[in-house]
Design a protein around this ligand. Sequence first.
Ligand code: UDX
Ligand code: ADP
Length: 464
Amino acid sequence: MSTITNICCIGAGYVGGPTMAVIAQKCPHIKVNVVDVNPERIAAWNDVNLENLPIYEPGLAEMVGESRGRNLFFSTQIEQAINNAQIIFISVNTPTKTYGKGKGMAADLKFVELCARQIASTSSENKIVVEKSTLPVRTAQAIKNILDNTGTGVKYQVLSNPEFLAEGTAIQDLLEPDRVLIGGEENPEGKNAIEALASIYANWVPREKILQTNVWSSELSKLTANAFLAQRVSSINSISALCEKTGANIDEVAKAIGMDKRIGDKFLKASVGFGGSCFQKDILNLVYICRSLNLQHVADYWEQVKTINDYQKQRFADNIIQTLYNTVSGKKIALLGWAFKKDTNDTRETPAMYVAKELIDDQAEIHVYDPKVTKQQIINDLEYLGVDTQKNLHIHSSPYTASEKAHAVAILTEWDEFKSLKWEQIYSEMLKPAFIFDGRSILDMQKIKQIGFKVYCIGKEPMF
Ligand code: UDX
Ligand code: ADP
């Protein structure tokens, strides 16, 4: 394989966009084309005002600003980009199937398959195809089967190169990854392809952090990493329920266990539940694969991670209803935060939408404030859950108007700005008794209580 000077990425989303922006910045000698079927998304990536990029991610706008038009290009010209590229990254969405066999469990690979077919019908020279989206084990083989049966004589190497970035810290994660994982065929052609991709990352990642494995180990490692991380969140969340009943404090417990080096202190923050595009999807995917292979005990084990997460969201909403005298009908409840975590505008599987649905189902009036999520996105999320958004939903551009005359405030995303809100002012403008439900455990309970609030913090005994 000659030196890599031209790559393309199909899919300009939360993974493709930031990943390619970092490659473009670190490799000015490589022309990076990011293509997508969605013209509005591409127009947003090309917007002269960098604040209008389609995704919010700290440090991303600066990075795009530096390379865009130099060696980083966003377009809808998919075929042209494929043709010119030596390496093609597939970075399209792989949601959970909503129909047919595997509905609600398996990953929907239709977008990936469409990409493979488009690459097959477009390419006139040998290519390296890299799967970047999280995919079930053995998807690379399926992609290869499609590519190898075109009869054009073009040769393909398919690599698995899963992305481990977390939203909100994507740029940092890409600049200093814990590791880069590349899976490929165990033959000379496969090794050459792996080396071609590794040589791109080697522009800024130390060689010892670039792991080379077989394709299936790479695919399974990604699913397993996400399953382990989600499992930690569900583990601490399960203990949070116990803390609330016993007077133990989940933050103290997390600190105490996290100081044990064998356990470690990361991913032990109790919350209203995990969200995001990956955890639930990947757990379901893992469970589905295990069931398909008749590994029922393994499937049951991992399924519990999702069950506890659903329980956590549900019990948070139930607790609000119960505390507000068993009904929130006609009551104003302010929801602070909608994104699935801070520092992103992504709302996929956000716990906020499930909590909001429960409350609206009990006829509450919901008033939402999030610093980065658009009004339309909040409406889309609730409509996706079948909620009528015409009546009981109000979106605010200030946390103060959202909470004015509210019966209760619920914190659903841990945005830093919520820690330093003028809580005295919020208290004075709320109905009394004024309740706070802190689903992210970010507030100092004692201080909030002293202001006059009745306060519930996830994983701590309530102060009502
Ligand atoms: C995750 C993985 O971390 C990343 O490696 C993978 O590439 C994609 O999936 P992401 O979903 O972007 O990344 O965010 P992450 O930081 O993992 O958080 C996921 C969810 O878990 C969020 O809703 C977050 O609020 C929640 N969480 C995380 C907790 O509730 N407590 C924690 O201690 C950590
Ligand atoms: P992720 O978080 O995995 O990056 P996103 O949904 O943010 O997922 O981004 C995936 C992108 O892939 C979307 O912008 C979507 O329009 C794009 N996409 C899906 N299928 C195709 C396709 N066949 N060709 C080009 N782009 C596609």
